[in-house]
Structure formats: C-alpha cells, structure tokens
Design a protein around this ligand. Structure first.
Ligand code: TXA
Ligand code: MG
Length: 344
C-alpha cells in the first residue's frame, strides 16, 4: 500500500482522514505533543492494527483522543469534579487524564484495565478529523515501539511507509514530548508521566500530587506499574546512551578526556563549542528548556544510526518542562548516568 502524506490544510484532508478512520483503517495524525497513530478507539479490529503496525506489547493501553471535553462522558464514569476543572484549564492541550472506563470502550483499547486514558489535543485539524469521524480516536505515539517518538510527518513515514494509507502533516510538533498523564482514580492524584502540562501547574489546581516511581526510576519488566508503557525501554537509539550530569565545565572535562572516534555528544546549544572535537549535536538551549523538549526526539532519531558507538548526553535540571525532558532522556539511557563532579 502507498502511504500518502497530505498537508493539514490540503483540500478535503479532514474528510479523507475521517473516512479512513470510519472504515477501520489507520491514519497518522499531528498533535502538539507528538504525532499519533490513530484508529477508531471503539473498534477492536481497528485498534489491533495499531498494535501490529507499532509492534506494541498487548498489555500497553492506548489514549482515547476526543474533540471536546464534554465527550469524555461517553467513555468514562465517576468523573470527579477535578477532571472538569483540569479540562477547563488545560484542554485542548498536552494533558491526559486516567478515569474509570465505561463498557463501550473495548478491552483492546484499555488493555483490559478498568480505566481509560483520555485527552483533547491542541491541534485543530486533528480535532476536526475526530469530529468528522464521529468516534474517539485511539492513538499512541506513531513511532515503532521502543524507538524515539515522532515529531514530524517524515519521522512517521520513516517508521511506517507502506503500512497504512495516510499521514496528515501538521508540521513539527510544538511541545515535542508526549502529554502529561495524571491518574484521577486515586487520591491524591498520581502523575504517571511528566509532559507539557507541568507538575507545578497540576499542583496549583489539585493540591497534592503523587509522583509515580516509574517517572524517575527504572522499573523491572515483571513489576506492576500504573502506566504499563512506563516500564518498557523507550526512546533509545541503537547504541549506549550515558547521561553526564554536573556543571558545564566538569561535564566537558569528563567527556573530552574519554571521547573516542565514533562517539557523539548530545548537548545544549550553549555547549557546542566546548565539544567541537567530539561530534556534538545540540537539541535546544539550556536557557530555554522548551526548546530542549521540542528538539529531543528528532535528535535521538539522528543518533539512532549504525556506526555511532556511544552517546554522552547532557540533561537539563529543575522542574517545569525540564522534568519531562529528564524523564525521556533517562529512559533513553536506561537510567545510566554519571555525575562528572564526582569523577576524576
Ligand atoms: O501526547 C500523547 O499522549 C501522545 C499523542 C499521540 O497524543 N500519545 C502517546 O501515547 O504518548 P502512547 O501510547 O505512546 O503513551 C500512552 C501512555 C502509555 O505509557 C500507557 O501505558 C499509558 O499512556 N496509559 C494508557 N492508558 C492508561 C490507563 N488506563 N492507565 C494508565 N496508563 C495508561
Ligand atoms: Mg509512545
């Protein structure tokens, strides 16, 4: 099958995409976080195609995307007041809420869990497609399972050309890392994945929020975790990735004294000159962590090449969006890190 890329403003694109979804086919859709691989979230057979195309483990549930906050009443029950407050504050936007699922949501979508994750994306063409299809769109990130997420139509084409008919091209994803996931079925609510809506923003509305341990530490494959996706190795280039923390100077001295040909340094734009001899790749500016979040997955994809033997990575510190960058980069590194200030 030919996979066609259509621009988000091409004539007829909304109806064409909606028709494919109604027919039970897959369509890659842009969102402000990352590109998603979408299908009718109420159709088990359509959802099965997502798992097949991605090579995704069956126990990893999908997010249902809706066009309007009010739609969640069709798929969820026992919706707490806090969900409506969060929706009013942050939707459309990079926030996913986990809520008790109604039976209308198939087990294929929830991976058999009694809950379902719901999100209203901040992308007009995608909300238009969902509305025109008349069904919620189940969509994981459109990368092959385990690979860095997709932030452009080209990334999706690279991973999936020939598998499904249409990629809707909405340009580069603005946020660049996947949505924040908050589980509202617990009290206090639990942050399952940091993203574009920050922990601080959630706390300002919810008060206390528990941060799930899978956010900051690796989880064994047989451990039960709240967001099954958090336990898998993810985002990783083929080679070893090691995070080098510590001051700019300490990290530069650590990396430069160990660097060998074939290795790469993933760093901040401010550090490029320091690593001039070490084949550096900057993914954004340390002074503006939003640029790091927007650039991270494209950079990890550039480093996912045979011949690269090791990547030394610099990671931002602090809260806000930097927390999401830390989470993705530590997962890409399999939580392997060294503090340059403690090494000689
Ligand atoms: O920004 C995003 O959220 C993107 C775009 C396409 O919307 N989607 C995305 O989907 O990142 P995916 O499948 O790559 O990640 C979904 C995460 C997984 O870690 C999964 O385990 C978790 O959400 N999840 C889904 N349903 C859940 C549920 N009922 N309870 C707990 N975690 C859930
Ligand atoms: Mg994903």
């Amino acid at each position: 099958m030919d996979t066609v890329i259509m621009k988000a403003d091409a004539p007829g694109v909304v109806q064409i995409a909606a028709n494919y979804i109604k027919e039970g086919q897959l369509v890659a859709i842009p969102t402000e976080t990352v590109y998603g691989l979408g299908a009718n979230g109420l159709d088990e057979n359509a959802v099965a195609k997502i798992f097949e195309a991605k090579g995704r483990p069956q126990d990893n549930p999908l997010i249902l995307h809706v066009a309007d906050a009010a739609d969640i009443e069709r798929f969820c029950h026992q919706i707490p007041q806090s969900a409506w407050v969060l929706a009013k504050a942050f939707w459309p936007g990079p926030l996913t809420m986990v809520l008790p699922a109604l039976d209308i949501v198939p087990k294929a979508t929830t991976a058999g869990l009694p809950t379902v994750a719901v999100r209203c994306p901040d992308c007009q063409v995608t909300r238009d497609i969902i509305r025109a299809a008349g069904v919620p769109v189940a969509a994981p990130s459109a990368n092959l399972s385990g690979k860095p997420s997709t932030t452009t139509a080209e990334h999706v084409y690279h991973d999936h050309a020939g598998k499904f008919p249409l990629i809707v091209d909405g340009g580069s994803s603005r946020v660049g890392v996947e949505s924040t996931i908050i589980d509202l079925t617990e009290q206090p609510p639990r942050l399952l994945r940091p993203g574009g809506i920050t922990l601080e923003q959630l706390e300002s509305i919810l008060g206390e929020v528990t941060v799930d341990k899978a956010v900051t530490a690796s989880v064994a494959n047989d451990e039960v975790v709240k967001a099954p996706g958090m336990k898998y190795r993810h985002y990783a280039p083929q080679c070893e990735v090691i995070i080098v923390s510590g001051s700019t100077e300490a990290a530069a001295s650590f990396i430069r004294s160990r660097y060998q040909a074939g290795e790469r340094v993933l760093c901040f734009a401010e550090e490029l000159e320091l690593y001039a001899q070490c084949d550096p790749l900057a993914y954004g500016s340390e002074a503006d962590p939003q640029t790091l979040s927007a650039g991270l997955f494209d950079a990890l994809r550039q480093l996912d090449k045979p011949g690269i033997t090791k990547v030394y990575a610099r990671c931002p510190v602090g809260g806000g969006i930097a927390r999401a960058v830390q989470n993705r980069l530590y997962k890409a590194a399999g939580f392997k890190s060294v503090n340059a200030e403690e090494e000689v």
